[in-house]
Design a protein around this ligand. Structure first.
Ligand code: SF4
Length: 422
């Protein structure tokens, strides 16, 4: 019997009649999974990757169990002010990813289709809106979001803020990268920190923020060092671990957990064996639920992902003595902000750093920013001698992708890279 499928089916049946009961059941399942992560599961993974699975699961459990102390954020929101105020931040992408991983996403997708939300919208947003509309997702205390990278945010956050009747703070990041833009965003982040203090009754002091940004700076430095070792060594891993890295380097950046994870990752890779397998630089989401991609890349020493650009997109040196400017600079100079040139330059640098043999751009269904730039990025990377594949699919709703086609295209790409490296 497929336990996850059966459990997901139970949640789906319960949602329309008893969404609160479905939430309690979901929480029970996640708590059981958390225990399993501590005890048995993930033995094939190194300590850092086992640790990150537990740390992210803890956040999801807290967000569902204590929504009165949680805030909904977009992935590129600097969360240091929230962690300083003791708030649990969570993102649409993470929650929807968990629901999809629990195989209960269909009830939410069907609900949004019935409400007239177009199927061309990204599935992460549709699943989340469905979960909120049906009452499965509890009302958080407040929201913070930004326009960087995701146009879906500009619909989902205002809609849910209105629906839940909760306050939100929007960080408007200018498209152009300049020091004026940094000062502009720093001012907004100062206001956002005051907003968080007002919402929680726990003021965000500049001293505490400096400490948090100091942790962020050390985390970034550890992660960049870790990537350097990828050129020769390989840590066994699965696709999900790569998406956890994205969460740690964004939503939890500035926390003790995130710094600990980056230190463990670095320690683990220093001890990992030398490996001559094919190295892939991944751009955009890693489709960690897609069976064909899992089969080809999970725990495979012959071909593996070294990192994905969502994990390293804002790895910019930070001056912790000026915490607002440091966080603002991450947003303004994020390779996802502005035109695709930034993503191309970062990808070229990271390909060199990690010794990538090829790159894969995952064109997630409904994500206009990545789909629109995919051909431009591919051409630029190939001009630099990096073979690049555009892989169409859906990172959150695997049933919306042709698994056979993905298997054929990715398999052929790996074969071609293998032939080249001989
Ligand atoms: S895949 Fe694209 S549209 Fe969907 S949440 Fe991510 S950035 Fe936004």
């Amino acid at each position: 019997m497929d336990i996850i499928k059966t459990f997901g089916g139970m949640i789906e049946n319960m949602v329309p009649k008893n969404p609160m009961g479905a939430r309690r059941l979901l929480l029970m399942g996640y708590r059981a999974q958390r225990l399993a992560l501590s005890a048995l599961a993930g033995k094939k993974l190194p300590p850092s990757k086992r640790y990150v699975a537990r740390a992210v699961m803890d956040v999801i459990i807290r967000a569902l169990a204590h929504p009165e102390n949680a805030a909904m954020v977009s992935m590129f929101t600097p969360c240091e002010p929230l962690s300083v105020a003791g708030i649990t931040p969570y993102s649409i992408e993470t929650l929807s990813g968990y629901l999809s991983g629990t195989e209960c996403e269909k009830v939410f997708l069907d609900h949004t289709a019935g409400e007239g939300i177009p199927e061309t919208m990204c599935s992460f947003h549709r699943i989340f809106i469905g979960a909120a509309d049906t009452g499965l997702m509890p009302k958080p205390k407040f929201m913070v979001y930004t326009n960087v990278a995701c146009d879906g945010n500009m619909i989902t956050f205002p809609y849910l803020s209105h629906k839940y009747g909760i306050p939100s703070y929007f960080i408007d990041v200018p498209y152009e990268k300049s020091e004026d833009a940094v000062q502009n965003v720093a001012k907004q982040l100062k206001e956002m920190s005051a907003f968080v203090g007002d919402m929680t009754g726990r003021p965000v002091t500049e001293d505490a923020l400096r400490e948090a940004v100091g942790r962020s700076a050390r985390t970034v430095s550890n992660y960049i060092n870790y990537l350097g070792y990828q050129k020769e060594r390989r840590l066994p891993g699965d696709l999900t671990s790569e998406m956890y890295a994205v969460f740690m380097n964004h939503i939890l950046l500035g926390t003790k957990e995130s710094e600990k994870y980056s230190r463990m990752l670095l320690d683990d890779i220093k001890k990992a064996p030398i490996n001559s397998g094919l190295r892939l630089l991944w751009l955009h989401l890693v489709p960690y639920m897609q069976p064909s991609v899992k089969k080809l890349l999970n725990f495979n020493g012959k071909a593996f992902i070294t990192t994905c650009d969502l994990a390293y997109e804002s790895m910019i040196p930070m001056d912790e003595s000026r915490p607002y400017e440091a966080m603002a600079r991450r947003m303004v100079y994020s390779c996802y902000n502005g035109n695709p040139k930034g993503r191309i330059l970062q990808a070229i640098n990271m390909a060199k750093r990690t010794g990538a043999d090829g790159a894969v751009i995952f064109a997630h269904w409904g994500c206009k920013a990545t789909i629109g730039a995919a051909q431009i990025i591919k051409k630029a990377l190939e001009n630099e001698g990096l073979p690049t594949l555009i892989l169409d699919g859906d990172g959150c709703d695997p049933s919306n992708s042709s698994d056979g086609q993905i298997a054929t295209r990715l398999g052929a790409f790996l074969e071609m890279l293998g032939g080249k490296s001989k």
